[in-house]
Design a protein around this ligand. Structure first.
Ligand code: OKP
Ligand code: ZN
Length: 341
């Protein structure tokens, strides 16, 4: 399979508030090293093409993009010396919808929590990650059966105007929008990361041309806490085109794959023409921040089942934090996919 990757991500390593302490983010550069190493035998690597910026404006607001591009400079200009720009005050139940002028206020306005921040190189890394998503999509549009983007930072928690959950630009949404803008009919996004893809859901919530379907840990106990319930089914013309499968802590492959089977049947029934897979492997049994019980052979089976859907497929990397094992788990999905069809 064609794999798109780049070294630009390497300098991006944010901090996160974890159990009351600021720690180096679990979302670390080594994740890509390990995955590249595990894929190197059986796959072909490419660098992304230059990002065409206009696709970002189809998914994110101009104000948000402007904020992300300039946040680091504003942080430094305001006299701060910490290596990660983070907010400390959020419009959780907003009294005012007005974007504040100060960098501290703007960081709160344009983010969803203290689980990641903006470093000197975050904008550069996030736009390169989006360029990878774009190149993967272009190659599938050009006739590849499937291709995989080693996107880092990940994207599925980024909404149209908020970063959070290690995500800044929504790579899967960018891929889906690019497909729509170049003549593909209805696009299906299947998000199999352990966490609910709240950003992707928000971006397409009122639309019927992109179906968002997510299998994830129930938000009653897991991040992102405030979306991902089964009764969130879309709004207006989008009603019925957002499908959530929240699952309990400790879910193993038996019930997880039952949800997958149902999700695939729903997607197929909605006449999806191209599939975008938000591929997180943090459902792995040894993932340090997750609670599901999937094994490496289970990831192979997932790959085979995805192939059986028999659609052109854009794979976008999301989470996976058991760093040593994640390469093998991603490789299992892609190899299973190639065996399966
Ligand atoms: C990103 B992706 C507290 C835990 C914060 C945020 C999880 C983000 C997951 N420090 N957890 O969906 O894999
Ligand atoms: Zn995740």
């Amino acid at each position: 399979m064609l794999i798109f990757t780049s070294d630009i991500h390497r300098q991006h390593h944010s901090a996160e508030l974890d159990g009351g302490r600021l720690i180096p983010s679990w979302e670390c550069p080594e994740r890509v090293d390990v995955t590249e190493a595990a894929l190197s035998d059986a796959h072909e690597f490419r660098l992304p093409n230059k990002l065409s910026y206009s696709i970002l404006e189809r998914v994110h607001t101009p104000q948000y993009l402007d904020f992300l591009a300039n946040a680091w400079t504003r942080w430094v200009d305001s006299g701060k010396t910490a290596p990660t720009a983070m907010g400390f005050c959020w419009p959780a139940r907003p009294l005012s919808e007005k974007p504040p002028n100060s960098i501290d206020g703007a960081l709160g306005y344009y983010s969803s929590g203290a689980d990641c921040g903006i470093t000197k190189v975050t904008w550069r890394a996030a736009t390169e990650s989006a360029a990878i998503a774009q190149s993967v999509t272009t190659s599938v549009l050009g006739g590849e059966r499937a291709a995989f983007g080693l996107c880092r930072p990940p994207g599925h928690h980024a909404t149209s105007d908020q970063f959070g959950g290690y995500c800044y630009l929504n790579n899967a949404a960018i891929a889906a929008q690019q497909l729509r803008d170049t003549g593909t009919g209805r696009v299906g996004i299947l998000d199999i990361d352990y966490h609910h893809g709240n950003g992707t859901q928000q971006i397409f919530y009122a639309r019927d041309d992109v179906v968002f379907c997510s299998i994830h840990a129930d938000p009653t106990f897991e991040f992102p806490y405030f979306s991902g319930h089964a009764d969130e089914r879309g709004v207006g013309p989008g009603e019925g085109f957002n499908l959530n499968y929240p699952l309990p802590a400790g879910t193993g492959f038996g019930s997880w794959s039952g949800a997958l089977q149902d999700a695939v049947a729903q997607l197929t029934g909605l006449d999806v023409e191209v599939l975008v897979v938000s591929l997180g492997v943090d459902t792995f049994e040894d993932d340090p921040i997750s609670s599901f019980g999937l094994t490496t052979p289970d990831f192979g089976e997932i790959g085979r089942r995805l192939a059986q859907i028999n659609l052109p497929t854009v794979f976008i990397l999301e989470g996976g934090y058991a760093v040593e094992a994640m390469g093998g788990n991603v490789a299992a999905v892609l190899n299973g996919f190639e065996q399966g069809g």
